[in-house]
Write a protein that binds this ligand. Structure first.
Ligand code: UD1
Length: 361
């Protein structure tokens, strides 16, 4: 069996790591195609080196652009590669523009597509990721779902016949790296250098267009973070930096300590060392949950509804509109005592993915 993994953005590299390792334990052929959607070393290269992923076999070098321009450029660049490779499966990951482009290119050429992390829904049609994941699920031949909730969404959309529950591969990598970094303080050097590592801090990330692209909204969210009574390590995604510069907003204020995005092991260490996480990222919500840290999510909804159990994750879509002190109370609440269970699986999802690809090949 020959599998071609198509990736392009940071969260996909995290999911690729356990798949590449699981494929490497078999006699099957695994090829990796990078679209180039993320090109900064902090968002791409450090994940290949840090997580031991083999270098991509093909790199399309597409880069940034509007949704149409970026997705279109990927589509036309993918055609000749798929023709030449003719894999048994194109494996697509998550919900980015790289996911939908590879799916569309492959189905048109009658190359079977498997979608990893199928069935996630925010039911928020303002999100580019929601368009990408719904369209990908309906076009793909095999839907690999991470949770029972995802399986239910797929069944409600009449897709049960091609859906399989495999668990969440991000748990595989998160647990492995947690065990590797346990007790390592060196990794905390990557946190913003102004941060006092001996005092409590929260980890914050912000990159969703709905939070970054409107200047007034971004300013209000940043002000709410800056007013927190605890240090905030703001690990700034390039989109946040670009939008803040364009809107002439200063990210360096109040409680905020601005740093670069972290490599995976650094991020796991940073979360483990923190009081909690404030984010609009899907992956980080789940990582906080798996690592046992309280998460506060700056969004009106989450795809990872299991994280809401016992207030392990709390949604604060408009932190600046909360009553005085309420945002601070939520962010600093600490890890709840409620048992969170293991809704994302046991850390062996990637081997299951390979087994299912083989069975359905
Ligand atoms: C993309 C995904 C999102 C995912 C996120 C993780 C889509 C629609 N969105 O969002 O689901 O959560 O990746 O990070 O696919 N930029 C750089 N360097 C880079 C990449 C981007 O500076 O290496 C800047 C550019 O200004 C670019 C902006 O970030 O215009 C947005 O990048 P893009 O890849 O379009 O989307 P993300 O916001 O990263």
């Amino acid at each position: 069996m020959k599998v071609l993994s198509v990736v392009g953005a940071r969260p996909q590299l995290v999911k690729l790591a356990p798949i590449a390792a699981a494929m490497g334990r078999t006699r099957h052929t695994h090829r990796i195609l990078h679209t180039g959607q993320h090109y900064d070393a902090d968002l791409s290269e450090v994940f290949f080196t840090g997580l031991g992923i083999p270098s991509p076999d093909v790199h399309l070098g597409i880069g940034s652009g509007s949704h149409g321009a970026q997705t279109g450029a990927m589509l036309s660049a993918l055609d000749p590669v798929l023709d030449a490779e003719r894999p048994d499966w194109v494996l697509v990951y998550g919900d980015t523009n790289s996911t939908i482009a590879a799916t569309l290119a492959a189905v048109k050429l009658h190359v079977p597509v498997a979608h990893l992390e199928a069935g996630l829904r925010s039911f928020n049609r303002r999100m580019p990721e929601e368009h990408n994941r719904v369209l990908t699920d309906h076009a793909a031949d095999l839907l690999l779902a991470p949770t029972a909730t995802a399986m239910q969404h797929l069944a409600e959309e009449n897709l049960a016949g091609r859906s399989v529950l495999v668990g969440d591969v991000m748990v595989d990598v998160c647990l492995r790296v947690r065990d590797q970094v346990a007790g390592s303080s060196i990794l905390l050097d990557a946190l913003p250098h102004t941060l006092d590592r001996t005092a409590p801090y929260v980890v914050a990330t912000l990159h969703r267009p709905d939070n970054t692209d409107d200047p007034e909204r971004l300013d209000a969210i940043v002000a709410a973070l800056a007013a927190l009574p605890v240090q905030v390590a703001l690990l700034a995604h390039p989109r946040l930096v670009a939008r803040a510069e364009a809107h002439r907003l200063d990210l360096r204020r109040g409680a905020l300590h601005v740093g670069r995005p972290l490599a995976y092991a650094e991020m796991v260490a940073a979360v483990l060392g923190s009081l909690g996480v404030v984010t609009d990222s899907g992956g980080l919500q789940k990582e906080a949950f798996v690592l046992g840290r309280a998460c506060t999510t700056v969004r009106p909804e989450t795809e990872w509804v299991e994280t809401l159990t016992g207030e392990w994750n709390v949604l604060t879509p408009d932190p600046h509109r909360l009553a005085d002190g309420e945002f601070a109370r939520i962010v600093t609440r600490g890890a709840p005592a409620v048992d969170r269970g293991t809704p994302y699986g046991d850390g062996a999802a990637a081997d299951r993915v390979v087994d299912v690809l083989e069975e359905w090949c």
